[in-house]
Design a protein around this ligand. Structure first.
Ligand code: HEC
Length: 102
């Protein structure tokens, strides 16, 4: 009986982990295609901002909010040994987010 209870708890814990992953994925993904997908900025954005999670839609945040998130994401990149954004790459991404942010 005890063993059966343990198994059930294991399953519940596993379900919790799955739910957490779904939540994180849901937080950063969007079904709406991003604007001007052929532009150099959009392609850089997809490359740099879509490697850990689905690329977020620019309208997810305002032009005022984006610098905060991009700074946070640069920390995440450093933590995960991803190559940092160059000054030029950051600028291009910021211009893109500034133009299409909500
Ligand atoms: C190294 C992996 C990594 C890269 C690369 C990355 N992110 Fe993230 N991102 C995360 C993680 C992890 C989270 C979950 C929240 C947290 O830990 O800050 C997240 C969450 C987010 C969110 C969710 C916050 C919200 O609720 O709106 C946005 C927006 C976001 N990232 C934007 C970006 C942008 C823009 C870039 C490119 C500049 C980027 N990410 C690149 C790891 C990454």
């Amino acid at each position: 009986m005890l063993a059966a209870t343990g198994k059930k708890e294991g399953i519940i814990r596993a379900l919790g982990a799955v739910a957490a992953i779904v939540l994180v994925a849901g937080c950063a993904s969007s079904g709406t295609p991003i604007p001007a997908p052929q532009s150099q900025a959009a392609q850089l954005f997809v490359e740099k901002c879509g490697s850990c999670h689905a690329v977020p839609h620019p309208a997810r945040h305002s032009a005022d909010e984006w610098p905060h998130y991009v700074a946070l994401m640069e920390q995440r990149m450093a933590e995960r040994d991803k190559p940092p954004l160059s000054e030029q790459q950051r600028q291009l991404i910021m211009e893109y987010l500034g133009e299409y942010g909500r």
